[in-house]
Design a protein around this ligand. Structure first.
Ligand code: ZN
Length: 138
């Protein structure tokens, strides 16, 4: 088997992250929000990163943000991504505040810039899972 035929890695939902993956399967982006101080938290955790409270609730995010930083992968970062190069790996700062590592889609690497407005889209994976990606905002 050539390296290019290896499947891409898949998420492994846990008890903690299952609500996030259930939502992406419905094409919804969820974040945790602290019931004590109101801070938004991502990635999923047991405690608020701002105040330490364990009172985190799941809320629907707006799905929009800005490109905080990015890089262009011209060699695959995993053998399962060999057919995707070049692709953009970005950190998107959501309008709620948390930053999410993702891929930018529906735009060429040359058109990406820091600060550009982006919106979430959902790409299908195996097992009914969907991954959140971002594209230039309409
Ligand atoms: Zn808090």
């Amino acid at each position: 088997m050539s390296a290019g035929l290896r499947p891409p890695p898949l998420p492994h939902p846990s008890v903690l992250t299952q609500p996030f993956w259930d939502a992406t399967a419905r094409e919804e982006l969820l974040l945790q929000r602290c019931e004590a101080c109101g801070a938004y938290v991502f990635y999923p955790r047991h405690n608020c990163t701002a105040c330490g409270a364990r009172a985190l609730e799941w809320v629907k995010a707006g799905g929009t943000g800005t490109v905080f930083t990015y890089t262009v992968a011209r060699r695959p970062t995993h053998p399962g991504f060999a057919d995707r190069v070049p692709y953009v790996i970005a950190v998107v700062e959501l309008d709620e505040g948390p930053r999410m590592t993702t891929n930018l889609v529906d735009c060429s690497p040359e058109d990406v810039s820091i600060g550009m407005r982006v919106e979430v889209v959902f790409g299908p994976l195996e097992d009914g899972l969907r991954l959140p990606y971002f594209r230039p905002a309409a």
